[in-house]
Design a protein around this ligand. Structure first.
Ligand SMILES: *[C@@H]1O[C@H](CO)[C@@H](O)[C@H](O)[C@H]1NC(C)=O
Ligand SMILES: *[C@@H]1O[C@H](CO)[C@@H](O)[C@H](O)[C@H]1NC(C)=O
Length: 464
């Protein structure tokens, strides 16, 4: 295979690996998916810097809230998931034990009690809501019990019984691998190898040292037969959308549907993984406006509650949502069926349908064609890797490919326009993290390099 993984190249790769571990969220537990529909919880590795920060925060809150004499610290990491909401929602299972330090001495170097019986180890589940661009963390939940007691109750929900939908969804993201460049493919192999190396290192009782180079020799053929072929057969099960008819005219230099009244104000998904619902309503609001001349604000909550093809606050796919809307008979308005940010019983009534759709189409993957289609037909539902979005304040974002791997798509948004700012071509992206996010709720991403996989999952409803 490549020379890049050998000898002198090792050190930079190791550094990169530490970063990648967090960017790509290597899962410790193979039950937990590395991929899911936008907004779904995914497994996260202990080395994730975001997770480390959040664990310290949870530990600090835990100590603040207890009246024990001794400072207690995390003695073992058990597992964690993270979910993209407005910010990131972490669910962490750890063990905490007594240290020798009195609480008054808030130092981080306190050693644990050497005597096991004095450790008084507890197993705790914490839920923390972290909003990186605001620099805020909130402890949503803390549940602890002495170690050894009803450990089963603390097992995180792992998607053992993946239903078919989730499986398709999972592969629909992986399928994007076919479009990977050689470098990205190597990163994928590297990542898997790193995981193996880490596991071996962790399990080794002796003096063996495992390095990335020893395991990086998976050939492309091996890779293909191991990873890609099973995916191909799964892919055929996926409900395909019709391709969108190409635009009739080339894309103008710039276009912005906000200037043409087709975009409702920025909304806020809150602590729920419902980005997919906001992306889809945004698209339908635009389509309805272009058909009917009225700009409505449509209900995401209806989709959270009534779309049985998607996973409510645990993620979903636009392609499924269109199908659900067709089956239901349409969408109610935001005022008739307003947003609560958690799943409730479906309260949809046909009487209140404000907008309907007749079918949906899949957009081409070429950004020039996407731009031409957008200018001609309205805002587009798209999905992307939102890693860089977490730290975004303003300007046109153009993250390194390795920080924004195009096949690790975790967020759905709305393309409303495009143009050029100081010579940098951009997409104008309506997000659903409130108006205080980014530039008045919008994110601007470099256009023309398929950045963050922005071209991979474009779609639109069709109203006849
Ligand atoms: C737009 O929709 C409203 C309400 O559904 C309807 O009464 C009206 O006739 C529609 N207008 C057009 C131009 O389609
Ligand atoms: C589109 O869907 C609406 C609502 O389901 C239906 O009333 C209408 O007849 C459909 N239009 C066409 C052309 O199929």
């Amino acid at each position: 295979m490549s020379v890049g993984f050998r000898c002198c190249a090792l050190i930079p790769w190791m550094v990169l690996a530490a970063v990648l571990g967090s960017v790509l969220s290597l899962g410790e537990d193979l039950d937990r998916p590395l991929f899911g529909p936008p907004g779904s919880p995914i497994g996260v590795h202990e080395s994730d810097p975001g997770l480390k920060k959040v664990m310290l925060f949870a530990e600090e809150r835990y100590n603040r809230g207890s009246n024990a004499m001794h400072l207690r610290k995390i003695s073992r990491f058990v597992s964690a998931t993270k979910q993209l909401v407005k910010g990131i929602r972490y669910t962490i299972t750890v063990e905490l034990s007594n240290t020798l330090c009195k609480k008054s001495a808030m130092v981080r170097t306190c050693d644990f009690y050497p005597e096991t019986q004095k450790l008084k180890t507890e197993v705790c589940v914490f839920e923390v809501w972290d909003i990186p661009w605001q620099g805020t963390s909130t402890l949503l939940k803390q549940k602890c019990s002495p170690k050894g007691q009803s450990a089963a109750q603390f097992k995180l929900q792992s998607p053992k019984k993946l239903n078919k939908c989730v499986v398709f969804v999972k592969y629909s993201f992986l399928i994007a691998l076919f479009g990977l460049t050689e470098a990205e493919r190597r990163l994928q192999i590297f990542q898997e190898n790193l995981k193996t190396a880490e596991k071996l290192q962790a399990l080794d009782q002796g003096s063996a040292e495992y390095g990335v180079t020893k395991f990086s020799d998976l050939t492309e053929e091996e890779f293909r037969s191991t990873y890609l072929n099973p995916l191909l057969s799964q892919w055929t099960l996926h409900r395909g959308m019709k391709p969108a008819p190409p635009a009739k005219t080339p894309a103008p230099d710039s276009w912005d549907w906000r200037d043409h009244g087709a975009v409702s104000p920025v909304k806020n998904q809150g602590m729920c993984g419902s980005c997919w619902a906001f992306s889809v309503t945004g698209n339908i609001e635009g389509q309805w406006f272009l058909k009917n001349g009225t700009l409505l604000s449509l209900s995401e909550q209806e989709l959270v509650d009534c779309d049985g093809l998607d996973q409510a606050c645990r993620g979903g796919l636009p392609s499924n949502a269109y199908e659900a809307i067709e089956k239901l008979g349409g969408l109610e308005s935001e005022t008739d069926y307003s947003y609560t940010g958690h799943k409730q019983k479906c309260d949809f009534t046909n009487r209140k349908v404000a907008a309907y759709i007749n079918s949906s189409v899949e957009l081409p993957k070429d950004e020039r064609e996407i731009a031409a289609w957008l200018a001609e037909n309205g805002p587009i539902s798209v999905a992307l890797n939102a890693f860089a979005m977490q730290f975004y304040k303003k300007g046109v974002s153009h993250p390194w490919k390795i920080f924004c791997n195009p096949w690790m798509i975790d967020h759905a948004v709305l393309l409303v326009g495009y143009g050029e700012r100081n010579g940098i071509p951009f997409w104008a992206i309506k997000n659903s993290w409130g108006e205080d996010y980014g530039e008045q709720g919008y994110y601007y991403l470099q256009r023309g390099s398929n950045a963050c996989g922005i071209n991979r999952m474009g779609s639109s409803a069709v109203i006849n």
